[in-house]
Design a protein around this ligand. Structure first.
Ligand code: FAD
Length: 408
């Protein structure tokens, strides 16, 4: 296994780090203040468009889209993208400046992989341009949605249309005024194998019957401008050609969508853990208690050492998962994808916890990025499936694999 990045990736890393230095770190606090100002709720930070244009001009745009999507893609493999996502992850929500943010990335992959030419022209092109935003609409308040076969919203044929009825929640990005497209998962068929009853359909955000019930807060903040909302669909009617791939093929698409999305979250978590550790190191080297620097305390050095080891282990596992996705496809790599989704956010949460402790009261304040990055990793342990679901799937896979061979 070669642990060296190629020259192409080294060049991209250098350019991205320089871009972060010039354009992202300097505006981090100002943008955060705007996004948390209750009088500016759901209004995008006004400096965002200028930075996006600079990222586009610098060739740091849509880097997430894997090379197999030909003309749509800037041509990187998952392995090549991993260190770049790690760098973007260091600043909360900065991947949007590079058009590499969830849920749009997963939605663009769905359209690139499964969309018809008409669907691609109408929705994929403006998404790739960053002209519009989108939401992925699966989770429901009334059923345990970690088991997606429970999803109860109906998508039923009626003449030339499908009609959608149901309740959804935790729909990220939908509060953003630029959100124009909803990709909705619902039940189309009431019988047949339970993984072949659901479908995915494209719903323009302004379709009559789509109603925002309320925005949801995460640890007390709204994650403006995209937010997370509860939605109600009442007799929402869209033409039949808005269905993606075909009736009953929703889970097939969801599997294709979630593999890359999961690993992108993990890459960002690693960048966040790395940044929290760097802040911790600076803090303990600049603080004296009981006559010596905190950095000279054995327990603090242990915390730094353990954090370094855990970050490095997670980073290598992420790279291995990304490499397996490139070589053998997402289906074959599903054990490694599950493994890294279990490991990375939990690791970043643990590193963040140590960093908070070492900072004392400053650790839970807004004065450093540590508190926010710590909280991010707490909820990433739920998004794209909770830890337990990945563990259940991985455990099942490994038991089957090991018991298929004679015991030695
Ligand atoms: C910030 C945030 C953003 C989100 N964004 C989106 C989005 O854009 N679109 C969208 O559709 N959804 C989104 N979600 C929803 C998220 O994907 C779901 O919350 C998640 O899949 C879990 O579903 P649930 O909340 O219904 O939990 P449930 O299914 O009710 O599960 C509750 C808990 O039960 C336990 N559990 C479940 N299964 C097992 C098992 N097999 N073994 C042991 N324990 C188990 C787990 O601890 C789990 O957390 C978001 C969630 C959050 C917090």
């Amino acid at each position: 296994m070669n642990f060296e990045h190629s020259d192409k990736v080294k060049d991209l890393i250098a350019r991205l780090e320089s871009f972060m230095e010039s354009h992202i770190y300097p505006i981090e606090k100002e943008r955060e203040k705007w996004l948390q100002d209750p009088t500016k709720l759901w209004q995008p930070w006004p400096g965002a468009d200028a930075i996006k244009q600079k990222a586009r001009d610098a060739g740091l745009w849509n880097l997430f889209l894997p090379h197999e999507y030909g003309a749509w893609s800037p041509g990187l493999t998952n392995l090549e993208y991993a260190p770049l996502a790690e760098i973007m992850g260091r600043v909360s929500a900065s991947s949007e400046f590079f058009n590499c943010n969830a849920p749009d990335t997963g939605n663009m992959e769905v359209l690139a992989k499964y969309g018809t030419p008409e669907q691609q022209e109408r929705w994929l092109r403006p998404l790739l341009d960053g002209a519009i935003r989108s939401a992925y609409v699966m989770t429901e308040p009334d059923v345990a949605s970690s088991d997606a076969t429970n999803i109860a919203t109906t998508i039923l044929p009626d003449g030339d249309d499908y009609v959608i009825n149901g309740r959804k929640w935790w729909i990220s990005g939908v509060m953003n005024p630029d959100c124009k497209l909803l990709i909705v998962l619902g039940r189309t068929l009431s019988d047949g194998p339970k993984h072949q009853r659901h479908s995915m359909i494209l719903v323009p955000r302004d379709t009559p019957g789509v109603e925002i019930v309320r925005p949801l807060s995460v640890f007390g903040t709204y994650h403006s401008p995209g937010g997370h909302a509860e939605l109600r669909f009442t007799d929402v009617r869209v033409p039949k050609e808005n269905l993606v791939l075909g009736e009953g093929r929703g889970f097939e698409i969801a599997q294709g969508r979630l593999g890359p999305g999961r690993i992108h979250h993990c890459m960002r978590s690693i960048g966040q853990a790395q940044r929290m550790l760097e802040h911790m190191a600076h803090r303990v080297d600049n603080r004296v208690a009981y006559g010596r620097k905190l950095s000279e305390q054995g327990s603090i050095r242990q915390d730094v050492a353990k954090s370094f080891c855990e970050i490095e282990m997670a980073r290598l596992l992420t790279l291995k998962a990304a490499d397996a996705m490139d070589r053998y496809g997402n289906k074959v790599a599903k054990d490694l994808i599950a493994a890294i989704k279990i490991v990375a956010p939990q690791m970043a949460q643990t590193v963040g916890d140590r960093a908070i402790q070492a900072h004392g009261g400053a650790g839970v304040s807004g004065d450093t990025p540590v508190a926010q990055l710590f909280l991010t990793n707490r909820y990433v342990r739920l998004t794209d499936g909770p830890d337990e679901v990945h563990m259940a799937q991985l455990g099942k896979l490994k038991i089957a694999e090991y018991t298929a061979k004679p015991l030695r």
